[in-house]
Design a protein around this ligand. Sequence first.
Ligand code: NAP
Ligand code: NAG
Ligand code: NAG
Ligand code: NAG
Ligand code: NAG
Length: 311
Amino acid sequence: MCLPALVAAWFPDNVTSVAIRGVHGPVHMPLLGLGTWQYNDSRSEDAILAAFKLGYRHVDTASVYANGVGVGRALKKTGVKREEFFVTSKLAIGLNVSATVQAMYQNLKDLQLDYVDLMLIHIPPTGAQARQDQWKVLEQFAKAGKAKAIGVSHFCKRQLQDILSIATVPVAVNQVQYHVGMGIASDMATDYKTWIQSQGILYQSFSPLCGPCNATNGDQMALKTGALVTGIGKKYNKTGAQVALKWLVQQGIPAIPKSSNPKHLSEDINIFDFKLSDDDMATLTSATVPPVGGGPSPQDSGDCGMEEVLV
Ligand SMILES: NC(=O)c1ccc[n+]([C@@H]2O[C@H](COP(=O)([O-])OP(=O)(O)OC[C@H]3O[C@@H](n4cnc5c(N)ncnc54)[C@H](OP(=O)(O)O)[C@@H]3O)[C@@H](O)[C@H]2O)c1
Ligand SMILES: *[C@@H]1O[C@H](CO)[C@@H](O)[C@H](O)[C@H]1NC(C)=O
Ligand SMILES: *[C@@H]1O[C@H](CO)[C@@H](O)[C@H](O)[C@H]1NC(C)=O
Ligand SMILES: *[C@@H]1O[C@H](CO)[C@@H](O)[C@H](O)[C@H]1NC(C)=O
Ligand SMILES: *[C@@H]1O[C@H](CO)[C@@H](O)[C@H](O)[C@H]1NC(C)=O
């Protein structure tokens, strides 16, 4: 197995990061970042400004989130030097190759950045050829110095193999839904986590707090107020959300929780001053609730069932 090494790098002492495979060698991704899905420009701007004051140096956005202008405005306002923060963005969804390229450059312009640290294919395009075409577009972008590293999101094993067979730049990351409750889900449901890691591809979690999970049956709150995470948290004087996030980062899996609540933002990054015991890690790993939410069910083929359709 080839898990990325934990490195302190040049991020502030209290922020731990992992190395991912960039175009010109390792790039350091802070283990804890800020998500921005469903946030508009002004909400993204406010959340990022508050988060950076608390020490966040990692933001996750995407063309389709349509908040690049707000994210860019915030990143300028923080005054933090470019090389000291990490930005992930993702390709537009459902466009042809030329429109995808155009959208990628527009996204960079919106962000007011010369480069992003990581650019991902947001959702697997339908068919091996389309996947490979989009990857080639991404490689050109990276080789032009516009992304330090490139990767994918929602890709299962066979979809990744299409990319690996033609890639001339490392596939740095696969960003997929992963949180407490999915630890022992089948390899299908977790998109072949072990295999992905064996390829030197960093397995990154999205929706670490089960954001899109079922609000009616309690799944959406299970990783914040649920008995499992809050019970373990009491031992460490930490909240349920902090335990859920720590379970990920303690495995070297970067997490990008989203919040615009200052108290939550502070909680979410203050997880580097304690360590979960092996027993508590094992208990969290064995949980089967909440399952993957808002996407393919753990019973079917996981993200293999998810494909982008040209619009
Ligand atoms: N690649 C993809 O296709 C993909 C898909 C989904 C998500 N993502 C990325 O992953 C990010 C995170 O996932 P997500 O947005 O789905 O949801 P999430 O981070 O799992 O959960 C967000 C929710 O948790 C709450 N929360 C955050 N910290 C909390 C705390 N300490 N205590 C209690 N509640 C807390 C937030 O509410 P408050 O504002 O009230 O704190 C928010 O409602 C996204 O924003 C996006 O950047 C990527
Ligand atoms: C952005 O989102 C915030 C919070 O949901 C909302 O109050 C605000 O009106 C939105 N702004 C625009 C321009 O839609
Ligand atoms: C790609 O899509 C754009 C925008 O929809 C369209 O203007 C253009 O003609 C398309 N190009 C090809 C080669 O289909
Ligand atoms: C959410 O949970 C409720 C209550 O158990 C259930 O009726 C509903 O079908 C669930 N929704 C989804 C999308 O699974
Ligand atoms: C528990 O954590 C809270 C919030 O971080 C802090 O204010 C409090 O002092 C801590 N209590 C103990 C006993 O460490």
